[in-house]
Design a protein around this ligand. Structure first.
Ligand code: HEC
Length: 111
């Protein structure tokens, strides 16, 4: 998640706002999410022992895909941010509706 962290850093004021970095990282996040979406084919819950993916992913496939779509949309919106004042709401929206929404529901707690 090296793409997401700097954006959080900018929101917190730890890193200076840089529209070029926002655009590049958010676009990478959107592309990675698109790729990740295809990494959860049905039946793969049996393959990987290390996985923290909940079996519900394959039972609630539509909902899972919906959250993915929302996450990609939020990441795309984030990549459009050109001004520092617009950054925090866009990062929050991605974190809450995208990453957070899906992890809460579909990711098992750390062992
Ligand atoms: C639609 C669902 C979904 C979305 C959206 C999503 N994730 Fe995840 N994420 C998962 C699942 C499921 C796992 C656990 C995968 C596994 O262990 O096999 C995971 C794992 C992770 C991990 C641990 C990776 C690892 O290698 O152990 C990180 C970090 C992470 N996600 C960050 C993010 C961030 C940041 C975003 C938003 C930009 C995001 N995720 C969006 C479902 C999602």
């Amino acid at each position: 998640m090296k793409n997401f962290k700097p954006l959080v850093g900018m929101v917190k004021g730890k890193i200076p706002f840089d529209a070029a970095v926002v655009q590049k990282n958010a676009a990478t996040i959107a592309a990675n999410l698109e790729k990740a979406r295809k990494l959860f084919p049905e039946g793969s819950e049996k393959g990987e022992k290390e996985s923290r993916a909940k079996p519900e992913i394959w039972l609630l496939e539509d909902e899972f895909q919906d959250i993915f779509k929302t996450a990609v949309q939020r990441a795309r919106a984030l990549s459009q941010v050109r001004e520092a004042k617009d950054l925090a709401p866009a990062v929050m929206a991605l974190g809450k509706d995208g990453c957070g929404a899906c992890h809460k529901k579909f990711r098992l707690p750390k062992k």
